[in-house]
Design a protein around this ligand. Structure first.
Ligand code: DAT
Ligand code: MG
Length: 152
């Protein structure tokens, strides 16, 4: 639907490498609406919850430490029609080795452990993750004046 929302964040390596505007710009240019955005250093607990589905994997502890200790993350909520699925296509495959050129990972990353960006992977994930990272009052309630030029 038009008001579907998803969580996207630029990981610490993306912030340190100065890739924030490049990454944000892709969602803006595609036609999505930014409804929340903050530069945060997520707590270890938040990150462990976020990646909970990975808790049995050998890289889980390292992943959570990296995400919470390496520096700030740029967390965003993007809104628009089919934004959840489209964002997954825009970030590319988890392993940058197989991510298509034109995607964030295919253009800006080389290694799975430093793959620069996150996007929720479905409707349930998006709702859960937005709640985990943002308070309701941090999310703008807005329709976008550009919508008639994006959707028929
Ligand atoms: P995605 O970030 O594309 O949704 P995922 O949910 O499967 O991928 O994994 C979450 C993160 O965990 C991923 O962005 C990087 C890390 N990760 C996944 N597989 C990994 C692996 N084989 N080695 C190291 N880190 C990995
Ligand atoms: Mg995932």
């Amino acid at each position: 639907t038009t008001f579907e929302r998803t969580l996207v964040f630029v990981k610490p390596e993306g912030v340190h490498r100065g890739l924030v505007s490049n990454i944000m710009g892709r969602w803006e240019r595609r036609g999505f609406t930014l409804v929340a955005c903050k530069l945060v250093k997520p707590s270890y607990e938040l990150v462990r919850q976020h990646y909970n589905y990975m808790s049995e994997r050998p890289f889980y502890d390292g992943l959570c430490e990296h995400m919470s200790e390496s520096g700030p993350v740029l967390a965003m909520v993007w809104q628009g029609r089919d934004v959840i699925k489209t964002s997954r296509l825009m970030i590319g495959a988890t392993n940058p080795l197989t991510a298509a050129p034109g995607t964030v990972r295919g253009d800006l990353a080389v290694h799975v452990g430093r793959n620069v960006v996150h996007a929720s992977d479905g409707v349930i994930g998006a709702a859960t993750e937005i709640q985990l990272w943002f308070r309701d009052e941090e999310i703008a309630q807005m329709d976008s004046a550009k919508n008639p030029w994006l959707y028929d």
